[in-house]
Design a binder for this molecule. Structure first.
Ligand code: PDD
Length: 279
């Protein structure tokens, strides 16, 4: 597998990152995951802009990544992924390597930029039949709107879901549903599409935005509104939305069936619309 590190393409197993890297020591970094369908990136510009916004918020010494698009395309090509149905590229930027200190390193310290690409398969069975989720208290920090690599609460919650036979954990803060560990969440009730508004506790998902646009095109009313635990459990349909999960119906939460316990019509309509948009 060919990866990218600081301007160079090299075999992934030859990538060498300093033990002083602030990504390693402090999780001081940002990342993006971009999906390619038949060699075409999905919403590349939006991913780059989200990364650049994050770099500004974290006060990185470089907040523009003009190389982003080219690196992604090159990784697809160098790994011979042009012909596959779907692939992902992971792109990470950290504040670079410097002797460990809570202070920022000197401003001339180069950021560490690392990326790799691989073929990616959708979880078709889950997307067709729906899957389970669990609810967990949101114990993440106050800036979940930034796509940082500090994901320990997410991985712990996700593993808890897997251990319970579910595919996602949904974070609940003060009784309100925020998002999943690696996805956004939406609910259908009375034909209306509800999704939590963008606050500091929710990542502005690229797929979420695309699905909102698809709703509007299909004349489905969209409400970006707070979703309580009760509203969620009494919804007609629940779905998770994201680059990797695409649209996956959630038919069971903490063991309780949602609606009929089968993927609902609006979720299926949006799955079809998203497939058309990406393929
Ligand atoms: N995760 N919320 C969180 C916490 C996420 O980590 C993600 C994506 C999303 C969905 O965002 P988007 O539609 O832009 O992918 C929402 C990526 C895929 C990951 O961590 O692997």
């Amino acid at each position: 597998m060919i990866a990218f590190l600081n301007g160079q393409y090299l075999a992934k197993d030859r990538v060498c990152i300093s033990p002083d890297d602030r990504g390693f020591l402090f999780a001081d970094g940002l990342y993006e995951v971009v999906r390619f369908y038949h060699n075409r990136p999905f919403r590349l510009r939006e991913h780059r802009q989200r990364l650049e916004n994050g770099a500004r918020e974290l006060r990185f010494n470089r907040c523009e990544f003009p190389e982003f698009d080219e690196v992604l395309m090159n990784l697809i090509e160098k790994n011979r992924l042009e012909k596959v149905e779907s692939a992902i590229v992971y792109f990470q930027v950290t504040r670079g390597a410097a002797p460990r200190s809570h202070r920022f390193p000197p401003p001339e310290t180069p950021l560490t930029v690392y990326a790799f690409a691989r073929e990616f398969f959708s979880a078709v069975e889950e997307q067709e039949n729906g899957a389970g989720a669990i609810l967990v208290e949101d114990d993440r920090w106050g800036h979940c709107d930034l796509k940082t690599i500090a994901l320990l609460p997410n991985t712990l919650a996700h593993q808890k879901a897997r251990d319970a036979g579910a595919v996602e954990a949904l974070f609940v803060r003060e009784g309100l549903i925020q998002e999943g560990t690696h996805s956004n969440v939406a609910v259908v009730k009375g034909g209306i599409f509800y999704t939590p508004p963008l606050t500091r506790h929710v990542l502005p998902g690229i797929t979420r935005q695309a699905v909102i646009e698809l709703c509007r095109e299909a004349d489905i009313e969209v409400k970006e509104a707070a979703i309580s635990k009760n509203f969620l459990l009494e919804a007609d349909e629940v779905m998770i939305i994201g680059t990797t999960v695409e649209i996956t119906p959630i038919v069971r939460i903490d063991g309780k069936l949602i609606g009929s316990g089968r993927p609902g019509p609006l979720t299926q309509q949006l799955q079809t619309a998203l497939f058309r948009l990406t393929h």
